[in-house]
Design a protein around this ligand. Structure first.
Ligand code: ZN
Length: 88
């Protein structure tokens, strides 16, 4: 039991510098660029062409948010970080 706990703590430790998660910018959300348009009729078509998606990167410790444009491939790889912004 103690060994398991130690292993768990080690794991937590190694992830110390990566405490953040992503929230997808949904197509019907307002675009992050402040155009006032929805994402789907603003930057989304451009991103789609390049197989990219806009996400909000949220720092779990500070709550600090930043917009990232990431490739779909990368988001699939980091799917465990992606949280839906839909409640429920
Ligand atoms: Zn835009």
């Amino acid at each position: 039991m103690k060994r398991l706990l130690n292993r768990f703590l080690k794991l937590m430790d190694s992830k110390e510098e990566e405490k953040f998660y992503y929230i997808r910018v949904e197509r019907n959300d307002k675009c992050y660029c402040d155009s006032g348009k929805k994402y789907k009729s603003c930057h989304f078509p451009e991103h789609q062409k390049k197989s990219k998606l806009a996400v909000k990167k949220i720092n779990e410790l500070t709550g600090e948010q930043s917009i990232k444009i990431l490739s779909v491939k990368r988001l699939r790889k980091e799917h465990y970080r992606v949280k839906s912004n839909l409640i429920g």
